[in-house]
Design a protein around this ligand. Structure first.
Ligand SMILES: [Zn+2]
Length: 457
């Protein structure tokens, strides 16, 4: 029989349908990697439980889902030269640094970012690795991130990113031939993509942006996505530079261009969408595309743009919105609670909108994320039959939460807090606020040594 974990006496479970605040505390029974039952006093019905977790007065959530990241950028945190650049110059800075990162550096950078994500309650993360310098084996670069996910035990949805456009904006030795990108994408889908609902690795495709990739890459990615039944992602509406570039070259908006290239179904998630007009938001909703909202990196966007995506408007129009922490050269942190807090508060900046409700943010970070990855039948809910991806917070020992009236809401308005327990696919990955599969001091030591070696620090 599969091993059993019993989460006992939970009086707050986010999204547990039909349970009012006055209902008796619930138990959650995990069998193997699945949530087998939810109900009061399950300890009296089911014996042979290996691990008991007391959830009295704690907050139980479906594990958070991070829908946009560039994991390698853990080694590019707070680079002074990248703080206030135009987007094309910023990419050029990232590119010159990426050329110094071998597969081992990618492994330690990915592991560092994944560890931070998991400690902030994430159980699934995406990645978009778009820089494949010529001097390294591309398969080894991609595989390093898969190895990191296995080491820490996080559910992983990497997108095979790319850059190919040869019009002088970027250095040639990081640009790939379109046919090679397609070939490598096929190889990694064959090797790593798992179709099952409880998969630990699913692969997608992601041309980086329309000014780093040619239109052909987008058309081919859309065709591959249908053929292999996988997901698509790209950066869209991130800067005025991009809007001008597409308008001059193609005579349409970036979103209209995406539609014309076949990017118009639920496989598509678009990171940022700051520079997007009302008609395009309508089309986004009609096409069932998702938006990966990255509020912190949006806010630090280059000079001359708003920095706040019109998320409240998108929600009103029925667009599925999820949360992405984005790469650590654009955000510097991979903390899901921090990003959820930014998603809530940044909507208070435009005149016509105000703070979002915590419920809206929790939805984005759980079911919204699952929907963006077309994984909503298996992850994103604490519900019988779903994968056992569960995060538990305890705020009672936190100075930063004294006096909070709405305990759950305080998670994204008061201080950020380490998750007390994180369970992924039925395995306890964080216990009492510490990683279980990695020794944290060793991770810091080894990752820092590799960072110094890569950049001569
Ligand atoms: Zn990004």
């Amino acid at each position: 029989m599969p091993e059993r974990i019993l989460i006992h006496n939970a009086d707050y479970i986010y999204n547990l349908a039909g349970v009012s605040p006055n209902s008796p505390p619930q138990d959650i029974l995990i069998e193997g990697n699945i949530i087998a039952a939810i109900g009061p006093k399950l300890d009296e019905k089911f014996g042979d439980v290996k691990t008991h977790i007391d959830a009295t007065n704690k907050l139980v959530f479906p594990g958070f889902i991070n829908t946009h990241h560039h994991l390698f950028q853990a080694f590019m945190r707070h680079v002074p030269q990248m703080q206030n650049q135009r987007i094309d110059q910023w990419i050029a800075e990232a590119t010159s640094r990426a050329k110094k990162m071998d597969p081992e550096a990618h492994y330690w950078a990915a592991l560092s970012n994944m560890a931070e994500l998991v400690l902030s309650g994430a159980t699934t993360t995406t990645d978009m690795l778009y820089l494949y310098p010529n001097q390294y084996d591309h398969q080894e670069l991609f595989e390093a991130t898969i190895e990191a996910a296995k080491t820490i035990g996080v559910r992983f949805h990497p997108y095979r990113g790319s850059m190919s456009r040869r019009d002088g904006l970027f250095e040639k030795d990081v640009l790939e031939e379109s046919e090679k990108i397609i070939e490598h994408t096929r190889d990694i889908v064959d090797k790593f993509h798992q179709k099952a609902g409880d998969a630990m690795v699913k692969v997608g495709i992601a041309p980086c942006t329309i000014f780093t990739n040619c239109a052909y890459d987008y058309e081919q990615a859309a065709a591959l996505a249908i053929r292999y039944d996988i997901n698509l992602q790209t950066h869209l509406g991130e800067s005025k530079f991009e809007t001008r570039y597409v308008l001059e070259k193609y005579g349409m908006t970036p979103y209209q261009l995406m539609e014309s290239l076949g990017w118009k179904d639920s496989r598509v998630s678009l990171a940022h969408c700051i520079e997007i007009n009302d008609e395009d938001i309508d089309r986004l909703a009609q096409n069932h595309n998702s938006v990966s909202h990255c509020p912190t990196s949006n806010a630090r966007s280059p000079i001359g743009q708003t920095g706040v995506a019109p998320i409240a408007k998108m929600l009103q129009k029925g667009v599925n919105v999820s949360i992405g922490v984005d790469g650590s050269a654009g955000n510097d942190s991979s903390d899901m609670l921090f990003e959820m807090r930014a998603a809530r508060t940044n909507q208070g900046i435009p005149e016509e909108s105000t703070y979002l409700d915590p419920e809206q943010i929790f939805y984005m970070a759980t079911e919204g994320g699952a929907k963006a990855l077309r994984w909503e039948s298996n992850i994103g809910r604490v519900e019988q039959g779903y994968c056992a991806d569960i995060t538990i917070f305890d705020i009672h020992d936190s100075i930063g939460h004294i006096g909070a009236w709405d305990k759950a809401g305080s998670l994204i308005s008061c201080s950020s807090k380490r998750a007390e327990t994180v369970i992924i696919n039925g395995e306890i990955i964080v216990s009492e606020g510490r990683l279980t599969k990695i020794e944290e001091r060793q991770l810091i030591k080894k990752a820092t040594t590799k960072w110094k070696e890569a950049f001569g620090k």
